[in-house]
Design a protein around this ligand. Structure first.
Ligand code: FAD
Length: 372
């Protein structure tokens, strides 16, 4: 049997692509080394921020706006609550590139953005403590996606639409051609088109085709702290992104009584994605504690920490493109720690690239050739 499309990796991006292709009536097979959602890739930990006034650059705004529409559609289709409109506050010195990009994005695309001095922000959110030279740009329409629930919802709808999903079946080898052959731990499958969305394993997988892409798997940590609900509950405290002089932190209000969640975006050590991650340790705790003691000093004790994988590109922009010389293979990788919010729109774009050879979205920022 020859499938229309095989998707390798049914995580954040792959499951959304699989849903879009099955909905289009295509005969599709999704293969995953684990059983998504799972804790071995990049999509666990309960929550992901979605913000539209984009600190990484205004060129992302149309894509993330489309993603926002598609998350709303997914909520309706699945009858699940996936998005919490907590708002997101972006904090830093007014000269920081992140804050400047947030402001430019909001201005160019007419997005709601409330701007506060440090004193005003501390009055609005008494759980915050900010130095006088900081500003806070609050995006009230932004918020939080329930990450595992989003993947569950796409998985259910994809299977209902006719997609086949094989879990716990790792792809070992890709043999390109007019018909692509995929060797897994179980057997060989064939398809007219291939989508590679293997997250932190994408570099390793493409090496089986002698193709090297600059995507580096990286260990990341995050943690939850006890929080007084009056100050930090999701109804009174937003999700947050801080750009400091030499670091970037992000986090979440206390959602469903879970406590304040905090992670560091920059840094992290290069890993082999097949090795178990070094568990959350004392040094990880100290780093997060230093941040939270300074900016949310009324937090309580650290509850627990976890580890996760980022897939970093050198410029931290994504890769969404055909493989050179293989017009029936599309890859989406290198989401560099800010990709989940886009995954609904990436899934749509991957289906369009595969079926029509093009997408309505401007994907020029994500071309593989920029690394040549
Ligand atoms: C701690 C943390 C916090 C984050 N916070 C945010 C945030 O607030 N907002 C945001 O937008 N983004 C955030 N991100 C980033 C976002 O979660 C990722 O960019 C996104 O999940 C990447 O999706 P992916 O599909 O590339 O990878 P994954 O979701 O990991 O999917 C890849 C899948 O491929 C499978 N696979 C790999 N190799 C093979 C193989 N050989 N055969 C078969 N299957 C295979 C894996 O099992 C996995 O299921 C965060 C990430 C982390 C780790």
């Amino acid at each position: 049997m020859i499938y229309d499309v095989i998707v390798i990796g049914a995580g954040s991006m792959g499951i959304a692509a699989g849903y879009n292709l099955a909905k289009a009536g295509k005969h599709i097979l999704m293969l995953d080394a684990f059983d998504p959602p799972h804790d071995d890739g990049s999509h666990h930990g309960e929550t992901r921020i979605i913000r539209f006034a984009y600190g990484e650059g205004a060129s992302y705004v149309p894509f993330v706006k489309r993603a926002g529409e598609l998350w709303r559609d997914l909520e309706t289709l699945s009858n699940e609550s996936l998005f919490l409109q907590t708002g997101v506050v972006n904090v830093g010195e007014p000269t920081s590139s992140f804050i400047q990009n947030v402001r430019t994005s909001a201005k160019l695309y007419d997005l709601a953005l409330e701007q506060y001095s440090a004193i005003e922000a501390m009055k609005k959110w008494p759980g915050l403590s900010l130095p006088g030279n900081f500003v806070a740009c609050f995006e009230p329409t932004a918020g939080v996606l329930r990450v595992e629930a989003c993947i569950h919802a796409y998985k259910k709808l994809a299977i209902e639409a006719g997609a086949t999903l094989h879990t716990n079946e790792k792809v070992q080898n890709i043999i390109a051609g007019d018909i692509v052959r995929i060797q897994t731990t179980h057997k060989v499958y064939e398809a007219k088109h291939l989508i590679v969305t293997a997250g932190a394993w994408t570099t390793e997988l493409l090496q089986t085709m002698d193709i090297t892409i600059p995507v580096t798997p990286t260990r990341k940590t995050f943690a939850w702290f006890e929080a007084e609900e009056q100050l930090y509950h999701e109804n009174v405290f937003p999700a947050y992104c801080f750009e400091l002089a030499d670091s970037l932190y992000y986090g979440f209000p206390s959602i469903d009584g879970a406590g304040l969640k905090l992670g560091r975006h920059d840094g992290g050590e290069t890993i082999n994605p097949n090795d178990p991650l070094r568990p959350f340790d004392e040094q990880d705790a100290i780093d997060l504690q230093n941040f939270i003691n300074r900016f949310m000093p009324q937090h309580g004790a650290l509850k627990f920490g976890k580890t996760c994988k980022y897939s970093m590109t050198p410029d931290e922009d994504f890769i969404i493109d055909f493989l050179p010389d293989h017009k029936n293979i599309v890859i989406a990788a290198g989401f560099s720690g800010h990709g989940f919010k886009f995954s609904s729109a990436v899934g749509e774009a991957l289906a369009d690239l595969t079926l029509n050879g093009e997408s309505n979205q401007d994907l020029s920022l994500f071309q593989l050739s920029r690394f040549n």
